[in-house]
Ligand binder design. Structure first.
Ligand SMILES: Cc1ncc(COP(=O)(O)O)c(C=O)c1O
Length: 389
């Protein structure tokens, strides 16, 4: 660590600026929502005396992390990998992780490609398929990687409005897909809505679309779905279709800062994408993933905390008479009836960080499940924050 930097952070008087910085991720309303995307980059940083993690006293409920992670099983392996950090990652480590993932999902390891977080492999997919034709996607989804390719001039995004219930409108998406489509991309469950589309609804639709263009199904939150096996599109990969499922260690595994993700697709696709991911995933990340991939005790503990937090929030929203979408993720999208950016600011004054406005959904706020104590602060602060606007 650069000592000057650390001293500057330590002496910087972070508390005041942390609050000021919390409201810094609002959408620029003058820009076209589609161009800015649903997840614009944060322009203001939160100064943090500890450099990493939330500043002291801040309830960080804006980024869909699992604050109970990483698991001890991951941390033990990170320490082991750090000790061997002089060496490039051994092939045996990547092979072991691929084998573990393949075994869980009943495919062979050549169906797996690894990346430094799933964002990287989604970016690689957008760069690979974008030049072939537009990426057909729901209007509101985690669009960061499709926009990455778009901003490089390598993709166009054809956005399909959500249904009146804010679900992914699969019939409309099917109608938008043709032989000139570069790829289809959707998240299941979706972000920021938190809604999940059941497997018996999504799979037939994805099957039909995959006959015309490759379909990318981003399953970043699927371990939190009510029934993961009944929701995932991995069975379509096993049928040999042009379906690519992406997953991450950033969410339920609590490794957002460690960075590890992967795709599952037929071998031709996995082998085409693996060489074009841009980074060499750190050995610490691979080791951590090996350590915790089958750590069901940690997964179940995390799920329990997330369910508990969701119940606390939905109870409060019910009491306040606010609408919310039934979430199968670690966040809840609710309609406060107030300007989302104003609510974000009001909560930031109490050092509670939630997301600001997405696109033109100006009365909707996304709150992530954090530590139970932080969620408790949120539910206690919400009525007053709403009343103050
Ligand atoms: C739906 C979805 N997919 C993918 C990602 C990327 O996550 P990561 O790159 O940390 O795996 C995110 C991050 O928030 C997300 O919400």
């Amino acid at each position: 660590m650069d000592l000057n930097i650390s001293r500057r952070f330590l002496l910087g008087g972070a508390a005041g600026s942390a609050v000021a910085g919390l409201a810094g991720c609002a959408t620029n309303s003058s820009a076209v929502a589609e161009d800015v995307g649903a997840f614009p980059a944060t322009t203001t940083t939160v100064e943090n005396p500890y450099l990493l993690g939330p500043p002291e006293g801040v309830a960080l409920l804006s980024r869909n992390e699992n604050p109970y992670g990483p698991a001890q099983s991951a941390k033990d392996m990170i320490a082991y990998a750090a000790d061997k950090g002089a060496y490039y990652t051994a092939q045996g480590a990547t092979e072991k992780l691929k084998a573990m993932i393949a075994e869980r999902h009943g495919v062979t390891p050549d169906h797996i490609a690894l990346s430094t977080g799933s964002g990287e492999i989604l970016s690689a997919l957008a760069l690979h398929y974008g030049p072939k034709g537009p990426i057909v996607a729901p209007r509101l989804f985690w669009d960061t990687t499709a926009l990455y390719a778009k901003n490089l001039g390598m993709a166009e995004i054809a956005r399909v409005p959500l249904s009146a219930e804010m679900e992914i409108d699969l019939p409309a998406m099917e109608a938008a897909v043709s032989d000139t489509t570069g790829a289809v991309q959707l998240c299941n469950p979706n972000n920021p809505t938190g809604l999940s589309t059941p497997g018996d609804v999504i799979r037939p639709s994805v099957r039909r679309m995959a006959a015309k263009a490759p379909v990318i199904v981003d399953e970043a939150y699927i371990e939190l779905a009510d029934d993961e096996a009944a929701t995932t599109c991995i069975p379509l990969v096993k049928e040999g279709l042009d379906v690519i499922v992406t997953r991450t260690f950033s969410k339920i595994y609590g490794m957002a800062g460690i960075r590890m993700g992967y795709l599952i697709a037929k071998p031709e696709i996995a082998q085409a994408i693996q060489p074009i991911v841009m980074s060499w995933t750190p050995s610490t990340s691979i080791a951590a993933a090996i350590g915790c991939y089958n750590d069901m005790e940690f997964i179940n503990m995390s799920k329990g905390k997330i369910i508990e937090a969701k119940q606390m929030i939905t109870t409060t929203l019910d009491t306040l008479g606010m609408d919310y979408l039934p979430s199968q993720t670690n966040f809840i999208y609710f309609k406060s009836g107030k300007e989302a950016n104003a609510l974000q600011k009001a909560l930031a004054e109490q050092k509670i960080s939630v997301r600001g406005q997405y696109m033109d959904y100006n009365e909707w706020t996304r709150v992530s499940m954090g530590m139970i104590a932080d969620v408790d602060r949120f539910v206690k602060a919400l009525p007053g924050a709403v009343a103050s606007i």
